[in-house]
Write a protein that binds this ligand. Structure first.
Ligand code: ZN
Length: 240
């Protein structure tokens, strides 16, 4: 079983009426609901209001893949909280950053760049193109698909050159964006996926759910948790 934790800041701004009518129990609950239908995935949720901002060591130790949605409260996650996430990824935990997590401390901490991008909130159409049809995260998807309403995130996106760019997004307003990008950090896998503004309900779309389910499997650890200690003292391989 792949143990997934869906983390959402879920502050007051995500509980206001405009958002609650789309995601009554929060984005984390909506994502957990479709993941829970997968036989190989065991899912739980956490938020900023939980112990250690919902990113405690105990929680991370029991997580194979962390899904991270954040928008307005990046400052509430401390550098210490972020360092636990970064360390867990380096030791093998997978992480999927969604939408405006591009400015979250664990994102910038893992990638080492600012995450700056251009944006516009105009409920415009986005067309996502699969740029690596053979990639595990693109399995079962059409070569391009549309989202009727999404917040525009546009280039330049200040990220390191991705190891794989699985999706490129085009918007009605003319901008383009590297919407789905992959990295390896230490033993862990990192995926960023752009759609998911809180007032548009795009986590209910089958193609978006397919991307996230595929990404969970892709990001799941290749090593057992017990093998993930960072700096073991080892015996020589040959007589010295
Ligand atoms: Zn947004």
């Amino acid at each position: 079983m792949i143990k997934v934790t869906v983390w959402n800041e879920y502050g007051e701004k995500q509980k206001r009426e405009e958002v609650a009518k789309v995601y009554p129990a929060g984005i984390h609950a909506a994502i957990a609901e479709f993941l829970d239908k997968e036989k190989d995935i065991e899912v739980k949720t956490s938020t900023l209001q939980d112990d250690e901002r919902g990113l405690s060591q105990a929680l991370l130790d029991g997580t194979d893949v962390l899904i991270y949605w954040a928008h307005c409260y990046h400052d509430k996650v401390s550098f210490e909280d972020s360092a636990r996430v970064v360390d867990a990824v380096n030791r093998g935990m997978g992480v999927i950053f969604l939408h405006s997590a591009h400015k979250a401390k664990p994102f910038t901490g893992l990638l080492g760049t600012s995450g700056y991008l251009e944006w516009r909130e105009a409920a415009e159409k986005e067309r996502l193109f699969v740029t690596e049809p053979g990639h595990e995260i693109a399995a079962g998807l059409p070569l391009h698909f549309e989202i009727e309403h999404e917040e525009m995130y546009g280039e330049p996106f200040d990220i390191p050159n991705p190891e794989a760019t699985v999706f490129i997004g085009w918007y009605k307003g003319g901008n383009v964006f590297r919407s789905g990008v992959c990295y390896t950090r230490g033993r862990g896998r990192v995926f960023y996926f752009q759609p998911g503004h809180e007032t548009y309900g795009n986590y209910y779309l089958p193609n978006i759910q397919r991307v996230i389910v595929n990404a969970v499997r892709w990001a799941s650890p290749r090593t057992h948790a017990s093998e993930r200690n960072s700096c073991p003292n080892v015996a020589p391989l040959e007589e010295i």
